[in-house]
Design a protein around this ligand. Structure first.
Ligand code: BGP
Length: 491
């Protein structure tokens, strides 16, 4: 009855994760339309601290400029690392590492270039046929995100993004198209990447162009509601097409701890963790709005407009599994004025935890926090969990003989995988681990290429210059051995 688990399960989904807009390139081929990500520039002349601003604030002027074919700006997410033309070589390298799973996203604008067409673009569908066939050749299970910061730009410009209820229908049409087409090749789906990020970066998450927006909080939560409904409707369709398929939610989970044992810090942490992350997985995993929603929305002066059928569809179609990205933890202080703040992928303005080191980008490294995260989510939902992203963004140096000695990355990943193993012993049902950016790709936040996460180096710089040659890093062989020993040999 009480069976202690001390090992990773036999069929554990070891692998890596990417997103189409950071990986694929080929934005001007195969009939692809422009996505939100395609208008994101990288410009070294702008001060570093503003590189991520476009995630939440994109102006109409910037978009107009991006649509001008003569613009001399560099748009890194149009180029990615050209997986579009290198997918065979890249998948062969994943297979060489022994991948059991590959998390990727479908670029919505390859399938529906503007988002509101009635018929899909066959060339776009055919591209993913080829990718899935290639994965299948090596027995690699695709885990596919439907929307990873790359909705059609047209839906943002014409309809105002996810704030508009019509976008639900466009999304469901897109989801239905890909569920039908790939029903025999894809079992694991995720609807929205880091759905809680609507709260932090409304441009990439919702397609809301913020300048002079009259009520941005209202827009965020109305948009989130539409995504919840869209996700439940997509889950319904997915199950009708293939009852064996599994649909998951995906949040960015920055585990939060109180800065001190001051009761004010403790409760501030409870509330901050809800609004930052858990509210979103609560709705998607349980299928209904949690009791604290009313107060949370009242404090923000937000009134979500719903339709009578929303509640029922959300209750009937919660997700099958829960997944999350984990890069760091955070500390919460009820009175943070005198404390040092920290950087992070949620732009949450937490305070520095004096017990933790930070990455070169100021993200606080806390492997034990991953064990806490897994326990928290499993206690709360009792659903299988995939660690969908985890990794270290770092500068890599190619030494004589194509050597890349990324011991720092090995150490980061090893420490985190150890904590997953402990969580399995704690009783958590973890079914997969896909480390982030298994091949170097363009950074989501900064648009840099030099912020590298991969086991495979790509010879390309921040401005897209380079041969795009793929080189195995030291971590490549390390991870290969981790997978071969099913997580038993981590040193
Ligand atoms: C997550 C996103 C990814 C990603 C990762 C690392 O929030 O889901 O798309 O890139 O963070 O962030 P960055 O690329 O900014 O270092």
């Amino acid at each position: 009855m009480f069976q202690l688990k001390t090992k990773f399960p036999e069929n554990f989904l070891w692998g890596g994760a990417t997103a189409a807009n950071q990986l694929e390139g080929g934005s001007n081929v195969g009939g692809k339309g422009l996505s939100l990500a395609d208008v994101y520039t990288f410009d070294e002349s702008i001060p570093k601290e503003h590189w991520s601003d476009q995630w939440h604030l994109m102006t109409h002027k910037q978009i107009e400029e991006a649509q001008n074919p003569d613009s001399d700006k560099y748009y890194p997410k149009r180029h990615g690392v050209d997986f579009y033309h290198h997918y065979k070589e890249d998948i062969a390298l994943f297979a060489e590492m022994g991948y059991k799973a590959f998390r990727m996203s479908i670029s919505w604008t390859r399938i529906f270039p503007n988002g509101d067409e009635l018929d899909p673009n066959e060339e776009g569908l055919a591209f993913y046929d080829r990718v899935f066939d290639e994965l299948n050749k090596y027995g690699i299970e695709p885990i596919v995100t439907l929307s990873h910061y790359e909705m059609p730009l047209h839906l943002a410009l014409k309809y105002g993004g996810w704030v508009n209820r019509k976008v639900i229908d466009f999304f469901v049409r897109y989801a239905t198209t890909v569920f039908e087409r790939y029903q025999n090749r894809v079992k694991y789906w995720m609807t929205f990447n880091e759905i809680n990020c609507v709260n932090h970066h409304q441009y990439v998450s919702l397609g809301v162009i913020e300048e002079n927006h009259p009520n941005i909080e209202q827009a965020k939560f109305q948009g989130a509601h539409h995504q919840f409904v869209a996700s439940a409707l997509a889950t319904k369709v997915c199950k009708e097409i293939n009852p064996e398929a599994k649909v998951g939610c995906m949040i960015s989970y920055q585990v939060l701890v109180p800065y001190s044992c001051d009761p004010d810090d403790v409760f501030a942490t409870v509330e901050k963790e809800r609004i930052n992350s858990l509210f979103f997985s609560d709705v998607q995993a349980k299928g209904y709005y949690p009791a604290y929603t009313a107060k949370m929305l009242a404090e923000k002066n937000v009134i979500i407009r719903t339709e009578p059928e929303d509640e029922q569809i959300m209750r009937k179609y919660p997700v099958d599994y829960v997944s999350f990205s984990y890069y760091m933890s955070g500390a919460v202080c009820a009175h943070p004025e005198k404390l040092e703040g920290v950087e992070g992928n949620l732009l949450t303005g937490g305070v520095k935890n004096p017990y933790l080191p930070s990455s070169d980008w100021g993200w606080q490294v806390d492997p034990k926090g991953l064990r806490t995260a897994l326990n928290n989510l499993y206690d709360r939902y009792q659903k299988p969990i995939i660690v969908a992203e985890n990794g270290l963004g770092a500068i890599d140096v190619v030494e004589e003989g194509d050597l890349i000695n990324d011991d720092y990355r090995i150490s980061y990943l090893r420490d985190h995988i150890k904590q997953i193993k402990k969580a399995i012993t704690d009783g958590v049902d973890v079914i997969g681990y896909t480390s982030w950016g298994c091949i170097d790709i363009v950074s989501a936040g900064t648009g840099q290429m030099s912020k590298r996460y991969g086991f495979i180096y790509v010879d390309q710089d921040d401005m897209g210059r380079g041969t795009k040659r793929r080189i195995r890093k030291k971590s490549f062989n390390w991870y290969k051995n981790v997978i071969a020993t099913n997580g038993e040999q981590l040193e």
